[in-house]
Design a protein around this ligand. Structure first.
Ligand code: WQD
Length: 332
């Protein structure tokens, strides 16, 4: 199929492009480069041995997007483009609501006007709010603690209503847990411009000596060792989950957790990273980060049963691949 990938030069988008092309699909990438580098395109073309059409377009620019849709007959879209920093969304809510909502509305409006029925949307486990893990797709969503999470819940609503208005649409809403790791080549991975928000890029920066130590945000949670528990999933498993969802699409709105189904604490993650990479990661216990919840992990049954997809890669592989990428970072 010919697939438009918005945000295709970003962390998850770039890995999904590799998986799509490996499965024989052809890809067009749009990205406004607000949180990615054009050099990733050249790496993707090297990794896949394919010319990949790229357009530096902001998905909120609907006229530009219409022009693109009139040039290509897309069979489907995978929509990654959006801001995703939880803390930044609290400081700059309007920027998040404008960008994340308008980009989605602009994109699906093009899909409607050009008869593109297959839509895969990058959602997040954040939409579950304070629901108790293991998190199941049928749960009622609870308010999240941040505008970022609210934009994801609102975009899910927009897509559900789109299908309700026209039942030809085939829509997958993919709720990610905590994607970490990198392509085994070490050529693409999670790049943080400035101080990383997420834990793994922070750990690799400590490993590289760019940061003195990791702040562990609280060790007084009701968890195995008091630190936060999360469902870390290898970004390549996540990428393959997108391909499985796309290829498995049928009319309707289908929600899937993309997680491993098991939780890992911060201290367990540090320990695993140190052991696998034979490196010391100094850390200090600090106060809790506002908005954090104690435990978050998936019930991964539905994707396994309906998509025949399961996260295969281990936490050790995630840590080894993340470290390999950090060590090979060239152009950032
Ligand atoms: C993981 C754990 C922290 C940093 C967020 C978004 C989610 C998704 C993934 C976009 C927590 C602890 C972290 C640090 C720490 N993003 N931590 N020191 O908050 O679970 O999820 O990123 O889709 O939507 O909410 O990820 O990596 O920030 O934190 O101790 O420097 O590591 O408290 O327990 P999070 P995270």
């Amino acid at each position: 199929m010919k697939i438009l990938v918005t945000g295709g030069l970003g962390f998850i988008g770039s890995h999904t492009v590799v998986s799509l092309i490996e499965e024989g699909h052809s890809v067009v990438i749009v990205d406004n480069l607000s949180n990615s580098k054009k050099e990733v395109l050249y790496v993707l073309q090297e990794l896949t041995n394919k010319e990949i059409p790229f357009y530096q377009i902001d998905v909120t620019d609907n006229p530009m997007l219409e022009t693109l849709f009139s040039r290509y007959q897309f069979d489907g879209v995978i929509h990654f483009a959006g801001y995703k920093a939880v803390g930044q969304s609290v400081e700059q809510p309007l920027m998040y609501y404008y960008n994340n909502l308008l980009s989605t509305i602009s994109l699906v409006n093009c899909c409607k006007n050009f008869g593109v029925k297959k839509i895969v949307f990058s959602s997040s486990a954040t939409v579950y709010g304070n629901n108790k893990s293991p998190l199941v797709e049928t749960m009622n969503l609870l308010p999240t603690t941040n505008p970022y999470g609210e934009t994801k819940a609102m975009c899910e609503r927009i897509l559900k209503d789109l299908h309700a208005s026209n039942n030809c649409f085939e829509i997958a809403l993919l709720r990610y847990f905590n994607p970490i790791g990198a392509h085994t080549s070490g050529l693409i991975g999670e790049v943080s411009i400035g101080t990383p928000n997420n834990i793994m890029p922070y750990i690799t920066q400590v490993g590289k000596g760019n940061k003195e130590f990791l702040n562990v945000f609280g060790n007084d949670y009701p968890t195995i060792d008091g630190t936060g528990v999360r469902d870390y999933i290898h970004v390549m498993d996540l990428a393959e989950g997108h391909v499985a969802a796309l290829e498995g699409l049928t009319p309707g709105t289908h929600i899937y957790n993309l997680g491993t189904g098991s939780g890992t604490s911060v201290l367990q993650l540090i320990q695993t990273f140190e052991t696998v990479n034979n490196i010391k990661i100094p850390y200090k216990i600090t106060s809790r980060r506002s908005g954090d919840i104690a435990t978050c992990y998936a019930d991964a049954t539905k994707a396994r049963v309906e998509l025949n997809w399961i996260a295969k890669r281990t936490l050790e592989e995630m840590c080894a691949d993340a470290w390999r990428f950090e060590k090979s970072l060239q152009f950032y």
